[in-house]
Design a protein. Structure first.
Length: 304
C-alpha cells in the first residue's frame, strides 16, 4: 500500500510538470487557460487603440483585449512566473491583432481590392513580426523574453491560416534604461529615447515584407514609439545603401504590404499608400504595431 501511494504521488508530481496546475487567468481550472478566460482574451475582435496622451511617432496599434482581470493575470503569469504554456493562447490573440492591422493597412493602400488576411485571397508578401525586446537583466531574471516567445507563437498561428509570417528579433537595447513602472508617459519617452537600435544587417531584412512591431502590452506607447524610430532609421539607412535589394528589387523604406507582383520571388514593386507622396509614392510612414493587451483608456477611441 505504501509503495502504491508513493507511485501515485510521483505520478501527480510528474503531471504537474507537464500539465498546468491552474488556469493562467483565473487560477481555477486545471488547464492552460479556461474557456472563460480565453473569451476574455480573444472573445472580441481586436481594436485599434491609442493611449491618451498619444505620443508623437506612435504607429497604428491594434490590441486583442483590454489589460484587466483575467488578461492581466495571464500576461503576468507568462511574463513573471514562467507559465510558458500560455504563449500559445497569447500568441493566437496577438495574431488576431496583427490580422486587424494588416486589414486596415490594406484598406488604406488598396481600397476595396485589399485581400482578406487568411481568407481565400492569401497575402503573398511575408509578414515580419518584430518584437520589442525586454531589458537584458529582465530576460536573465525571467529566463525568457516574453514578447519574443509570444511573437513566435503568433507567427505560427498566422502561418496556419495562410499568412506567411516569421519573427525578426532584430531590435537591440543600446544601453540600460531605468525601470519604467514608476514613470509617467513623458518620462517614459525620455527614458527610452535612443535606447533601441536594429542589429547590423537587420535593416535590409526589414525591407523584405510587411513589418509589424509586436509586444505583449501597451500602456503609454513609449516602447513602441522607440521601436518604430529604430526601425525607420535602419530601413532608411538600408534604402540609401541599397542593401538587401536582391530578392525584392527596388529599395523600400519603412515597409508595409507591398503591392503584389506576379510570381513568388520576383516582386519588385515597392510599398504604396493612398495619397500624394511623390517620387513614385513610396510609403514613408507604413509601419504598424500589434499587442496582446492595452490599457483600458486606450480603447476609448472606439466608443461614440
Amino acid at each position: 500500500m505504501r509503495g502504491l501511494r508513493t507511485v501515485r504521488e510521483w505520478w501527480a508530481d510528474l503531471t504537474d510538470l507537464v500539465l498546468p496546475a491552474e488556469c493562467g487567468g483565473c487560477g481555477r481550472a486545471r488547464e492552460v487557460l479556461c474557456p472563460r478566460c480565453r473569451t476574455a482574451l480573444s472573445g472580441d475582435p481586436p481594436c485599434r487603440v491609442r493611449p491618451d496622451p498619444e505620443p508623437p511617432g506612435l504607429p497604428a496599434v491594434h490590441a486583442a483585449a483590454p489589460y484587466t482581470d483575467e488578461v492581466r493575470a495571464a500576461l503576468l503569469a507568462h511574463k513573471e512566473r514562467g507559465a510558458l504554456a500560455l504563449a500559445a493562447p497569447l500568441g493566437a490573440a496577438l495574431a488576431g491583432a496583427v490580422r486587424a492591422g494588416l486589414r486596415e493597412a490594406w484598406t488604406a493602400t488598396c481600397g476595396t481590392g485589399a485581400p482578406e488576411v487568411g481568407g481565400e485571397r492569401r497575402v503573398r508578401d511575408p509578414v515580419l513580426l518584430v518584437p520589442v525586446p525586454s531589458a537584458r537583466g529582465a530576460v536573465r531574471t525571467r529566463g525568457h523574453d516574453p514578447a519574443r516567445r509570444i511573437a513566435l507563437a503568433a507567427a505560427g498561428e498566422l502561418r496556419r491560416t495562410g499568412v506567411p509570417a516569421r519573427v525578426l528579433a532584430v531590435l537591440r537595447q543600446r544601453y540600460a534604461v531605468a525601470d519604467q513602472s514608476g514613470l509617467d508617459a513623458r518620462r517614459r519617452l525620455d527614458n527610452l529615447a535612443g535606447a533601441l537600435a536594429v542589429a547590423p544587417g537587420g535593416g535590409g531584412l526589414l525591407r523584405g515584407g510587411a513589418v509589424v512591431l509586436v509586444d505583449d502590452l501597451m500602456t503609454t506607447g513609449a516602447s513602441l514609439v522607440e521601436a518604430a524610430r529604430a526601425v525607420r532609421v535602419a530601413t532608411d539607412v538600408a534604402a540609401e545603401s541599397g542593401a538587401g535589394s536582391g530578392t525584392y528589387g527596388t529599395a523600400r523604406s519603412a515597409v508595409y504590404p507591398a503591392v503584389a507582383g506576379e510570381g513568388r520571388e520576383e516582386r519588385k514593386t515597392g510599398p504604396r499608400m493612398a495619397g500624394p507622396y511623390g517620387g513614385g509614392r513610396v510609403a514613408r510612414e507604413a509601419l504598424c504595431a500589434a499587442v496582446v493587451a492595452a490599457s483600458t483608456d486606450s480603447f476609448e477611441i472606439n466608443r461614440n
